[in-house]
Design a protein around this ligand. Structure first.
Ligand SMILES: Cc1cc2nc3c(=O)[nH]c(=O)nc-3n(C[C@H](O)[C@H](O)[C@H](O)COP(=O)(O)OP(=O)(O)OC[C@H]3O[C@@H](n4cnc5c(N)ncnc54)[C@H](O)[C@@H]3O)c2cc1C
Length: 431
């Protein structure tokens, strides 16, 4: 399979999300000097969530987005709304102890709650629906579902969760691939670009100054940080760096710890009555592999199907056909259905899959590295960044105390070395 770089320009990628956005606000380019309390670099979920939390607390905030709001992973993702984090909270037990794990687990659910509250408070129309299912390809997946269910119940998870037998799952998700599932009524799905733009609009209504097509090209860290853009400059009391996998070399210390991996999504033509041949209920679905399949039905009845995580950060030569073949493995009954949209984006991967939250020099904070599972966690991290700026850093510090090592190999070799290392896990997927 040939690989090639993802093609990008400064407008939203031509996705199902961009095509169904409807009327939306665009923001000017910064071409002056501004003084503010907090300058946020990056207008994805991390940056906009941070800005909105800060504005709600009365701070003056400026957001600098190099392209368009939601242009990065935020406006391209699978739209799966899942609580928790990419790593298992239990993996943190030796560092945090039982209480610490419990605190992290509670925070993992909070991301979903923040989204729910914002959608209601600001009237954001983003196709939010609840109902999520993990699906098992191997008997060991079923064992881990049972353990998940018991653990969630022990921790007091407030929503219905239920193991599904093969037949029960088959009545909901019309695929012969799976051995069973774990249904969770507290997770769900949404239109991520509509959500991010809705949150940006809410932030702007509270006085946040948003600038698009305004890339931060230099950051002076310290007690009085300064952010230089292509045509302007921002002097701030605090800076939050939220560029994730698209940050480039603005802060080499951050990009050496957060590697971009490419993932791809297709959306079929509307299925009409045939949607019932795919799913009888509108669920968001994920399997359990490292390079997993994730899919859901959009409100207009398309199958939105994602996967093919590529740790080289590159794209297959024919993305649509690669993804179509993946979809047909799950739903062969869709062999004659047209694919209307294909797109891809970069996921920021952390070596230990723990989201990276921390402080650089002086008053410069950052959040990145959600490792493929960021829709809900970005909303929590924005809140923790806002708490840290306002002097309440206890929860921020739970994450910030994790030391994230740079990927080995230096600027040029770290990506190929990592891709090689990930081959090991992809082999495990096959066993
Ligand atoms: C294809 C795909 C599918 C995914 N599916 C899911 C899913 O279903 N569920 C889930 O939970 N997670 C999913 N994820 C992960 C999730 O989308 C991300 O974790 C999350 O959106 C990260 O948000 P962010 O704001 O940190 O980064 P981004 O959304 O990438 O935003 C970063 C922004 O910063 C801007 N920027 C960077 N550098 C600069 C600079 N110097 N100056 C100004 N602006 C700058 C970029 O232009 C970009 O808009 C998926 C990701 C991808 C790519």
């Amino acid at each position: 399979m040939f690989l090639r770089p993802l093609q990008e320009n400064r407008e939203h990628v031509a996705s199902y999300y961009a095509a169904t956005l409807g009327e939306h606000t665009t923001y000017p380019t910064l071409a002056e000097r501004i003084d503010t309390d907090v300058c946020v670099i990056g207008g994805g979920f991390s940056g906009i969530s941070t800005a909105l939390h800060l504005a709600e607390r009365g701070y003056r905030v400026v957001v600098l987005e190099g392209n368009r709001i939601g242009w990065g992973a935020t406006g391209r993702n699978g739209g799966q709304l899942i609580g928790g984090f990419s790593m298992d909270a239990d993996d943190l037990r030796k560092d945090l102890g039982k209480e610490g794990v419990h605190a992290v687990w509670r925070m993992g659910q909070e991301g979903v709650d923040i989204i729910k509250q914002r959608v209601a408070a600001y009237g954001i129309d983003c196709d939010l629906r609840f109902g999520y299912c993990d699906v098992a390809l191997k008997p060991r997946d079923l064992e881990s579902f049972t353990m998940d269910l018991v653990r969630q119940q022990e921790l007091g998870y407030p929503h219905t969760m239920r193991l599904l037998s093969r037949d029960e799952l088959r009545s909901l998700v019309k695929s012969d691939l799976y051995l069973g599932g774990l249904l969770n009524e507290g997770y769900g799905q949404l239109h991520p670009l509509k959500l991010c733009l809705g949150e940006a609009r809410a932030a702007a209504s509270l006085g946040v100054q948003i600038f698009e097509q305004t890339r931060a090209v230099k950051l002076e860290q310290g007690e009085h940080p300064v952010v230089h853009t292509e045509h302007g400059v921002v002097h701030a009391k605090y800076v939050a760096v939220c560029g994730d996998a698209y940050l480039g070399e603005l802060v080499p210390q951050l990009s050496s710890r957060n590697l971009p991996a490419a993932s791809f999504v297709i959306a079929t033509a509307p299925l009409g009555e045939r949607a019932k041949d795919v799913m009888t209920r509108e669920l968001a679905v994920c399997d359990t592999r490292w390079a997993l399949d994730y899919y859901r039905l959009s409100v207009d009845g398309r199958l939105v199907f994602g996967g093919a995580c590529n740790y080289t950060g590159l794209a297959p030569a024919n993305v649509t056909e690669t993804m179509r073949q993946k979809m047909l493995k799950v739903f062969p009954q869709l062999h004659d259905v047209a694919i209307d949209y294909t797109w891809g984006g970069q996921i920021g991967i952390s070596m230990n899959r723990i989201p990276q939250l921390g402080r650089l020099k002086g008053n410069v904070f950052y959040a990145q590295g959600y490792s493929g599972h960021g829709v809900a966690p970005t909303h929590l991290m924005g809140k923790l960044l806002a708490e840290a700026v306002s002097g309440h850093a206890e929860r921020f510090d739970l994450f910030a105390r994790y030391k994230h090592l740079p990927f080995p190999g230096g600027k040029w070799m770290r990506q190929p070395l990592y891709a090689l290392g990930m081959l090991y896990y992809r082999t495990l997927d096959l066993l």
